[in-house]
Write a protein that binds this ligand. Sequence first.
Ligand SMILES: Nc1ncnc2c1ncn2[C@@H]1O[C@H](COP(=O)(O)OP(=O)(O)OP(=O)(O)O)[C@@H](O)[C@H]1O
Ligand SMILES: [Mg+2]
Length: 273
Amino acid sequence: MATLKIENLHASVKGREILHGVNLEVKEGETLALLGPNGHGKSTLLACIMGNPAFEVTEGKILFDGVDLTVLTPDKRSLAGIFLAMQYPSEIPGLNSADFLKASMNARREKPLSLFQFYNSLQNAYKDLNIPFEMSNRNLNEGFSGGEKKRNEILQMKLLKPRVAMLDEIDSGLDVDAMQIVSDSINEEQQRGCGFMIISHYARLYSMLHVDKAAIMINGRIVCTGGPELIEKIDKNGYSWIKDEFGISIDKEQDAGLNNVSIGVCATREATK
Ligand SMILES: Nc1ncnc2c1ncn2[C@@H]1O[C@H](COP(=O)(O)OP(=O)(O)OP(=O)(O)O)[C@@H](O)[C@H]1O
Ligand SMILES: [Mg+2]
């Protein structure tokens, strides 16, 4: 059984360290809920695991099945079985959704799918996610509503069958029925053996899933881990108890490393001094 293991991960964006030594583990078939206040590094962690080049890993390891992912390009990480449903899926003008899905599915196979096999899987996936099949003819995410973009991420997950899927605020923008459809898909994939790292700010989605463990990220560190009861505690009491219990201030670090600049000076020159 493969394990995604994050060891002492430090990462920066534009010269500012966001992750200050993250340790986490997700096994195939296991679901981890990742919570934390806004702007404390959750999406940054997922971006680093997937290999987004905007983020620089400066120290630590991201191991999957014993292989260090940090040396692999994002496509190789995807082929290894890692999947990311993004908090803000990008619109890609000019890229037809069906072509994108076909290329992604074929990249994982020695022999390309026949047209019949491909359309069969595609139609079933669109039906399961309750997305009109005509949308497969539109450019990827272009002009999609917020909820359509999120359902489209889950559609990709269903077709690509990852070993560990990371879902970043997949519930934001979903209507009540869509939330049920998406959680059914997540549960199906979990039964297949897929591991999950799921970020959400609300207990609702987690209550529809089988969560094994929860972790809280504050100031770019995992400050607390536990069972699903942690989710309820945060839902009821917010994050202020962390300060009392662990002595950790949850104030967001204010742009450490950047000089204060004001309108009236050359901001770029001042900030890069
Ligand atoms: N490309 C970027 N350029 C500059 N700063 C960035 C960039 N990406 C992230 N950051 C900063 O890194 C910090 C962590 O952001 P991140 O998106 O990881 O937070 P988060 O925990 O996912 O928050 P939320 O719950 O609001 O989604 C924030 O202060 C954010 O402004
Ligand atoms: Mg985020």
